[in-house]
Design a binder for this molecule. Structure first.
Ligand SMILES: Cc1cc2nc3c(=O)[nH]c(=O)nc-3n(C[C@H](O)[C@H](O)[C@H](O)COP(=O)(O)O)c2cc1C
Length: 184
């Protein structure tokens, strides 16, 4: 069974426990890195040609406008095909209750028939929002597995939940485990 981790994440200013901080690695990116340690999955970064502003307030403004206009940002690149993959781990931050529009651009490019999509979402209190419902609309022929939502600021306390969640679909033993004192 072959898996792909496809994720969107943004470095730069973000709200962490109520104050604006500059993140050098995005929260979703951190989870994607953990998933890669557990699995043999290939990894793909969903990256729009035009990144959102580094400034937190400008970023949330622009993301809200993009959602209202239902835009599909052009991506820098796409995987050639998703045919080799049985499972797609799809990672994204909760943006205004759903996925960033760049994730919609990615999803609409491919036919997910017969694929299992496992969404993982980082957030600041809103959980997965309505992203799972939206995902089902965009990929109606995929099997959408139960999602994993992680509070961005709590990431390091959630390693065992991430591991349990991955174990639900991976038929082969995990490459690395949090139990037994391994530090991820
Ligand atoms: C444009 C924007 C919109 C956001 N909207 C929400 C939201 O509606 N609900 C929520 O819980 N968190 C929201 N957040 C917080 C992010 O989901 C959270 O910080 C996430 O972990 C960021 O992931 P990243 O570092 O991988 O980009 C928003 C953040 C941004 C930048």
């Amino acid at each position: 069974m072959k898996s792909l981790i496809a994720y969107y994440s943004r470095r730069g200013e973000n709200l962490v426990n109520g104050s604006v901080q500059r993140l050098t690695v995005g929260n979703t990116e951190l989870i994607a890195a953990v998933l890669q340690k557990f699995t043999d999955a290939d990894c793909f970064l969903i990256e729009p040609c035009e990144a959102y502003p580094e400034d937190y307030y400008q970023c949330i403004d622009q993301a809200r406008q993009d959602l209202q206009r239902n835009v599909r940002p052009k991506l820098k690149k796409y995987p050639e095909s998703i045919s080799p993959y049985d499972v797609i781990y799809l990672g994204y931050p909760n943006y205004w209750g759903t996925m960033p529009m760049a994730v919609f651009s990615f999803l609409e490019r491919f036919d997910f028939t017969g694929k299992t999509v496992k969404p993982f979402c980082t957030h600041d209190g809103g959980g997965m929002g309505h992203s799972e419902r939206d995902l089902k609309c965009v990929c109606p022929t995929a099997h959408i597995a139960p999602g994993l939502s992680i509070h961005g600021a709590e990431f390091k306390y959630e390693l065992s939940s991430i591991e349990d969640w991955v174990r639900e679909t991976e038929s082969t033993p995990l490459k690395k485990q949090t139990t037994g004192g391994n530090n991820l």
